[in-house]
Design a protein around this ligand. Structure first.
Ligand SMILES: Nc1ncnc2c1ncn2[C@@H]1O[C@H](COP(=O)(O)OP(=O)(O)O)[C@@H](O)[C@H]1O
Ligand SMILES: [Mg+2]
Length: 348
């Protein structure tokens, strides 16, 4: 893996007015990887992008590009380009000239510029839009121009800071797929920022979950979803049931007054743990055969499934099922070994 590292951050500390905004952040980004920084507003995602781009100088720590420390490389020399949520297009230039802008700065000739711009517009689905004014474009089209304008410079790394944040849901979903396709076709590294879990899970090879200027977990979307490392990640990535339990011995955990077989080991005997169970991983059965029983409090129809709020031994659980139970009903609940995820208490 190491030979194709493109960007490495080592122990990055950034503080603004004495407040630590990035607190010892280390991260390896591989060439051609789609990496997403995911976390709540204010956790330091944009600042991390700006450190990579060279707009923020860390108080300590190093940024490596292709293994070389680039502390002294000014932003315009770094082989990266940024796409912002606000498109920042030049309103007085047409679509063609917006995309051509960077190439003109590089003093390329008209004959070199024209085919590159046309090809890039075709790639982002704006063939034939060259002469349009920016005002004649929808939000989605404007964002495509912004992306084309960055990609035409052939950056090795494209930094995207919540680029779809201003679009409505349907368009955002379309653009997610589009961006993913572009990244594959162009064969470059994307470093993407979002606070939207679903977006991060859909698009990324690697998700970096951040909170309070620190990395909470790095992993594939499946890892992050299925094996959250702590309660912050579990909660942030989706509705989760997080309950206290005791790891009796390898592969056996007790919670909710029942002993369960699980796939985890390496804990101390009787170590207190937290157990994460996804709402869709609870199977509803008759109470007489359930590993747990619960009292249904509330049932909400969500279009495809029902969301049920269920009292289990003093915890409120959320369960998703395609079959509705009734409020006030006693249900049995079964959970398979693979659906039980154990977290150390100390990581909470
Ligand atoms: N230029 C700045 N000066 C002072 N504080 C800043 C500056 N930029 C960001 N911050 C603060 O740093 C923290 C992280 O900001 P940011 O990286 O923009 O978070 P995110 O992109 O995850 O929402 C926030 O508390 C923000 O208020
Ligand atoms: Mg931000």
């Amino acid at each position: 893996m190491n030979e194709n590292l493109i960007v490495s951050l080592k122990d990055i500390v950034v503080d603004f007015d004495g407040q630590k905004v990035l607190d010892g952040l280390s991260l390896d980004i591989h060439d051609k990887e789609f990496v997403t920084f995911l976390g709540p507003s204010g956790c330091g995602k944009t600042t991390t992008l700006r450190v990579i781009a060279g707009f923020v100088t860390p108080k300590s720590g190093n940024v490596f590009f292709d293994g070389k420390d680039i502390a002294n490389m000014p932003p315009y020399k770094r082989p990266v380009n940024t796409v912002f949520q606000k498109y920042a297009l030049f309103p007085h230039l047409n679509v063609f000239e917006n995309v051509a802008f960077g190439l003109r700065l590089k003093k390329m000739t008209e004959d070199e510029i024209r085919p590159k711009v046309l090809e890039m517009l075709e790639t982002v689905g704006l063939k034939g839009f060259e002469r349009r004014s920016i005002y004649q474009l929808s939000g989605g089209q404007q964002q495509r121009v912004a992306i084309a304008r960055s990609l035409v410079n052939q950056p090795r790394v494209l930094l995207l800071d919540e680029p779809l944040g201003a679009l409505d849901l349907k368009l955002r979903k379309e653009m997610q797929l589009e961006l993913k396709r572009l990244q594959r076709e162009m064969n470059i590294t994307f470093v993407y920022v979002t606070h939207d879990q679903e977006e991060a899970l859909t698009m990324s090879d690697t998700v970096v979950v951040m909170s309070g200027g620190k990395i909470q977990q790095i992993g594939s979307p499946q890892d992050i979803y299925n094996e959250p490392k702590n309660a912050f990640v579990a909660r942030f990535i989706g509705d989760s049931n997080i309950v206290d339990g005791v790891m009796l011995r390898d592969f056996f955990v007790n919670f909710g007054g029942h002993d369960f077989t699980c796939v985890d080991r390496g804990f101390k005997p009787n170590e207190p743990v937290q157990v994460v169970i996804r709402p869709e991983d609870v199977q509803i059965v008759p109470p007489s055969v359930g590993m747990l029983t619960g009292l249904v409090r509330e049932v909400i129809f969500k279009g495809v499934h029902f969301e049920m709020h269920v009292d289990v031994e003093g915890y409120e659980w959320i369960i998703h099922s395609t079959q509705a139970s009734q409020p006030g009903e006693l249900i049995g609940m079964n959970i398979g070994p693979d659906e039980i995820h154990i977290m150390k208490r100390s990581e909470v």
